[in-house]
Design a protein around this ligand. Structure first.
Ligand code: NOJ
Length: 579
């Protein structure tokens, strides 16, 4: 059944969502367990978020993307869902969620929910039923017999040599039925079988239920993994390895675009002007262009991983570190700008709940340069063409936590990697170093609200240690300081709202080879935006002949007082408008 705009329920607000409204919007991601705790149990919750709505309104964001709040055993902090249509008691209730939606809408902010439908929890009733080989739900997941000739349940007997994203084989043996089930993530996250039309129908029904409840869109978790290669076969492992990372060859399966288009049609995603963004590890520019071309009616935008993979060794895992070169980072964003210039649309992000903190990774988080590097990273990102995403705390310049002890980590990926690496004989110090640079827990430490106990996040014991630098880096201090990172981000958001050239202007990279300067123009009709940034901790002179004549330019935003010269101080950035 196709859902026409006229079939939008009374709570649906398709009319209040103009066509392509998300092109001039800024999205703010909330990771609920780390945002604000209202009841002192040490974990953030929905009432906690409600208590901070005026903060979000003051920042000026248009949309909140809420990481999962659904019922979950919390093996992967809620990305393992056991009931798609209820709220986990840890976070509150459906009534709380309704109140959150209403509170956001009152402030003109939209809500985008996390949609995790590549997999469920193994405690979801669908999977519990599916464990029985005779059940009509057996075919809702990927069940396969052991490899021919191998002893079931022993290493190497898995149906294929896929490795899970969180270590170990991607197949788990179920003794009762003598078969394996596929899980690209943890063993508690079995993959749904999207080939089965009943699975797809159940998911679309659930999505419609959320739209009727008032949500304005979906961020779709690893959505490019939903169509599996047919048949599922062995991959070619790296020398010396037995398994191949599943994410490497399960993405972009043969029916991906068909499924996305069907979902769009059946749920009425475009028809109701909902925001859709698909997380897509391994997606190429060509594929992203097709998926986000409005003519194909699939998704509005995708999250690429290319730029956040630049600090890993080419054939290595995320833990095999290498330094990020500025020209490589600029080049990559430039390729995406060019690739999606005419059809499709970019999402813009440095930070999220899976990535280390941008200021620690791409900037300089030492006391001298933290503020200006956080601002300047914000400037370059937000002045690109696309929809920018801010992850909670990025607007304060929050830094990595740099845990030094494995006991401090809670993230399943980090904890499993540590155990795995040590069992393979890796040096404990090197493993801890990789974790301190790349662990997802760097982004997941509690939000800093003030300089009171536990950063004002909780009156209890926080589920993850608070970063001790909250004493100086916190929302209260930032709001009180007109020169803070917070107010810089607030102005960046205003620029996107106020100037069409920021939202829509054609992008052109300047000084591509510079190892310090990130400069570009944006052009729309007779307006030109000129952005120049020093992405280094040493001063630099911008060659005048590389820029348009700035004689009559208006300075819209700057990190420093404009010296009127083309010398940029460490992490200084400026945005000029011509015409
Ligand atoms: C991507 C999510 O962002 C991440 O947090 C999660 O662990 C995996 N998908 C599995 O759902």
């Amino acid at each position: 059944m196709t859902v026409e705009p006229s079939s939008v329920s009374s709570s649906g607000t398709a009319e209040s969502r103009p066509h392509h409204w998300w092109k001039s919007a800024v999205v703010y991601q909330i990771y609920p367990r780390s945002f604000a705790d209202s009841n002192g149990d040490g974990t953030g919750d929905i009432p906690g978020i409600i208590s901070k709505l005026d903060y979000l309104a003051q920042l000026g964001v248009d949309v909140v993307w809420l990481s999962p709040i659904y019922t979950s055993p919390m093996d992967d902090n809620g990305y393992d869902i056991s009931n798609y249509q209820d709220v986990d008691p840890l976070f509150g209730s459906l009534d709380d969620l309704d109140e959150l939606i209403a509170g956001l809408h009152e402030r003109g902010i939209k809500l985008v929910m996390d949609l995790v439908v590549n997999h469920t929890s193994d405690e979801h009733p669908w999977f519990v039923e599916s464990r029985n080989p005779k059940s009509p739900k057996r075919n809702w997941y990927w069940w396969r017999p052991p490899r021919k000739g191998a002893t079931p349940g022993t290493p190497g007997a898995e149906p294929t040599n896929m490795e899970a994203a969180f270590s170990g084989p991607a197949w788990d043996y179920d003794e009762q039925s003598g078969e394996y089930y596929l899980h690209i993530f943890s063993r508690k996250q079995p993959d749904l079988n999207w080939e089965n039309p009943k699975v797809r129908r159940a998911i679309y029904d659930m999505m419609r239920w959320w739209v009727d409840r008032g949500v304005d869109g979906f961020r779709m978790d690893v959505i490019n993994l939903i169509s599996k290669p047919d048949p599922l076969t062995d991959g070619r492992p790296e020398p010396g390895r037995q398994y191949v990372r599943a994410v490497k060859f399960v993405g972009q399966g043969p029916r991906l675009q068909e499924f996305l288009a069907e979902m769009n049609r059946e749920v009425g995603l475009d028809a109701q002007n909902l925001l859709t963004v698909g997380e897509m590890p391994g997606v190429t520019i060509e594929m992203a262009r097709e998926i986000t071309d409005p003519a194909n009616a699939e998704l509005n935008m995708v999250f690429t991983f290319e730029h956040v993979d630049l600090d890993r060794m080419p054939e290595g895992s995320k833990w095999d570190l290498r330094p990020i070169e500025l020209p490589a980072l600029k080049k990559n964003l430039n390729e995406w700008q060019i690739g999606l210039a005419d059809a499709g649309w970019n999402s813009l992000y440095f930070d999220n709940h899976d990535q280390p903190r941008a200021v620690s990774r791409f900037g300089d988080d030492g006391p001298e340069h933290r503020v200006n590097s956080a601002k300047t990273l914000g400037t370059v990102l937000h002045m690109h063409k696309g929809t920018p995403y801010i992850y909670q705390g990025e607007e304060l310049g929050m830094t990595n936590s740099y845990f030094s002890n494995i006991e401090q980590y809670a993230d399943i990926e980090s904890v499993n990697y540590h155990a795995d690496a040590l069992s393979l004989g890796m040096e404990a110090d090197a493993v801890l170093h990789s974790l301190s640079v790349k662990s997802r827990d760097n982004a997941r430490t509690p939000m800093h609200w003030d300089d009171g106990s536990h950063a004002g996040f909780t009156e209890g014991i926080p589920w993850l240690p608070v970063n001790p630098n909250y004493v100086t880096i916190n929302a209260r201090a930032a709001i009180a300081d007109a020169n803070s990172v917070f107010h810089h981000f607030r102005r960046l958001i205003e620029l996107r709202h106020d100037y069409r050239v920021v939202a829509e202007g054609r992008f052109e990279l300047l000084l591509a080879g510079s190892e310090q300067i990130w400069a570009f123009t944006r052009t729309l009709d007779n307006q030109v935006l000129v952005v120049m940034a020093n992405c280094s901790s040493a001063p630099v002179d911008v060659p005048a002949d590389a820029l348009p004549d700035l004689g009559r330019a208006q300075l819209l935003l700057a990190t420093h007082r404009d010296a009127g010269s083309l010398r940029l101080l460490p992490w200084e950035s400026r945005v000029y408008l011509l015409g």
